[in-house]
Design a binder for this molecule. Sequence first.
Ligand SMILES: Cc1cc2nc3c(=O)[nH]c(=O)nc-3n(C[C@H](O)[C@H](O)[C@H](O)COP(=O)(O)O)c2cc1C
Length: 392
Amino acid sequence: MILKDKKILLGVSSSVAIYKSLELVRLLRKEGAEVTVVMTKNATKLISPLLFSAVSLRPTFFKMFTQEKNYLHLELVKAVNLFLIAPATANLISKIASGIADDLLTTAVLSSSCPIVIAPAMNVNMWQKKVVQRNIEKLKADGFYIIEPEEGELGCGEIGKGKMAEPEKIINFVKALIFEKKNFKLVITGGRTEREIDQIRVLTNRASGLLSVLLAETAYQLGYQVTLILGRSDYYPSLPIKVKRAFTNEEMLKAIREEIDNKTILIMNAAPTDYRMEKSFSFKVKEKEITIKLVRDIDILKELKNETLLLKVGFSCDDQDFLEEGEKKLKEKGLAICVVNPAETISSEEIKAILLFENGDKKELVKMKKKDFALKLLEEIELWLKEKHPIQ
Ligand SMILES: Cc1cc2nc3c(=O)[nH]c(=O)nc-3n(C[C@H](O)[C@H](O)[C@H](O)COP(=O)(O)O)c2cc1C
């Protein structure tokens, strides 16, 4: 029960996705949270506040002016750990982005000092409207957390982006955000390293760098101090994350050593070169045929085996016996968690991973988008830290 004793205020507006809010209340309570629901007046026309009270086992609020409580908007946000607004209509998003406080929910938003997470839900045309996108960007810049809607069949029957994220995904986000992590520093490696064949050509691999960038961006949004050590990559973070470039195994090892200490969580997602030329050519090779000899390159994880870190996470990617290879890597490289994934993951937007833990536990995950996996892995890391190594 990772949310035990946490107080969550759930804001609900009048989207067709409102039925998912009931499931959100149930899941949050299952994790131990105390959930209070505050609705817009329009939302009460779609679902009765009584039903929310029946699921949350607490009163549900929507009236601003009552005889019983004069400062309800202030009372609601007192000692709240997180304010989750799901679903958020285009109307509500626009009001919050403009600082409007004309009902209980929007006034509570302005009165709150806790993190606010917004899960928009709307028709695809509404979502694509420039004014809505401007408001979303405004909210992000103001420090609100936005859980992007998904693509699919919408409540109105149309197909496109606008579907509220599934409750489980929202809960994972909330859990990851709420968990204390002020002392943690996250160093993520990503992309691929390379070795010269000659002055023009290189030996490298197909890693795209996508997952490391998603991991860095997600961790950054969750409040970690993040450093991304990035080799060659087809992707680059769009958030102001500290990025160090490192194109060979030596450069990557040096960059990691400069960044880590005993409070570091190191996620080694990069695909370093396994082999290098025994001797590279100092000129562009033009012969019809050449014979080259490859020798093992520096094994970065092995070099770091004896470093004292808070947590070391490695990745194992193979085309066969990948589970055995992962188990071997977990032990030999002194990892706390090894993410095992088949070779087809490389250059794909999806990943089907198995997580191996140092205590022998194993979690087989369903195939998912790398973006969702980034959040899932961070959540698993936080759970592992909380259960095995509680921070003082
Ligand atoms: C059945 C129904 C479903 C709706 N679904 C959405 C929706 O998913 N997203 C949205 O932005 N507006 C939706 N609307 C429109 C909003 O309810 C409307 O803009 C309303 O004024 C918003 O009020 P509120 O933000 O105060 O709840 C829906 C309306 C109806 C009648």
